[in-house]
Design a protein around this ligand. Sequence first.
Ligand code: GDP
Length: 325
Amino acid sequence: MEISSLGDRILNGERRALARAITLVESGRADHRAQAAELLAHLSGAGRQSLRIGLSGTPGVGKSTFIESFGMMLIGLGLRVAVLAVDPSSTRSGGSILGDKTRMERLSREKNAFIRPSPSQSHLGGVARRTREAIALCEASGFDVVLIETVGVGQSETVVSEMSDLFLLLLAPAGGDELQGVKRGIMEMADMILVNKADGDLKPTATRTCADYAGALRLLRKRPQDPEGFPKAMTVSAVEEHGLDKAWDEMQVLTKWRRDNGHWDTNRAAQAQYWFEQEVRSALLARLSTPQARFDMERFGAQVSAGQLSPSAAATDMLATLIAE
Ligand code: GDP
């Protein structure tokens, strides 16, 4: 199919065209990469923006349930919702499958929803690029909200928060006074902490956990991109669908404030620059792993270990060789 007509169908909001385009950006084939680049260039002129919401939480905290309930609520408000996933694990075994349609049954049947499970992959750098491109495709396709789901493991939160306008951390009620081992760096990324499962027997614990996190958030350094009262901790129940509307209201307060005060644009510009730098880094790393580069590394390495070249002189030569190749 002509790339321009695929682009027009995406602009028209056709979900099949969107799915097909995402398959294209997920492909590693050189000809597909070229077509994907052409498509994204074709679509970038549309200038449509979604609210990109990153959502992280450990397996079992209720991400799928939350996305289903929250997504259905947004659709009820007349919005179109896309769900993407960033899966940090190289294999699917063990953890829950992210963006799994079978776990979001109601949402997956909605014509105003689009759910895309994470592609099987190995390298987080490649996933980041594909997810950013998938977000761009969803935006061009006119989705109002793009939810980007990830599991709280290692680097994936940073990846997701660097492509989101809002970053939500979903937590479970926890007994005792430990803050569930949530790392400070992750707390600092969160715009809102949602303590899920605030229902039934778990409700008092959820309320206490929420108060603990609200206290912990107040101790963090104030960020320029936050109005008074943010980041915020709230309780929700994804199962009973409690607190979701209030959480959405708060997200809108925050988004409006950021838009009005220029932080929305500044943040997206800073993210674009961040990803540019990441792309340069990962392209350089990819160059280092070609057979020729590995051969050169070994050759220079042998000279260093034999005392014929200093490490820094060899590194300079190696880099010059790499650039010349
Ligand atoms: P995920 O692994 O983070 O996607 O978590 P799931 O959405 O699969 O939920 C894990 C378990 O927690 C399931 O048994 C859900 O039914 C349950 N769960 C999710 N949300 C709630 C909630 O709001 N309240 C209660 N009580 N259970 C919930």
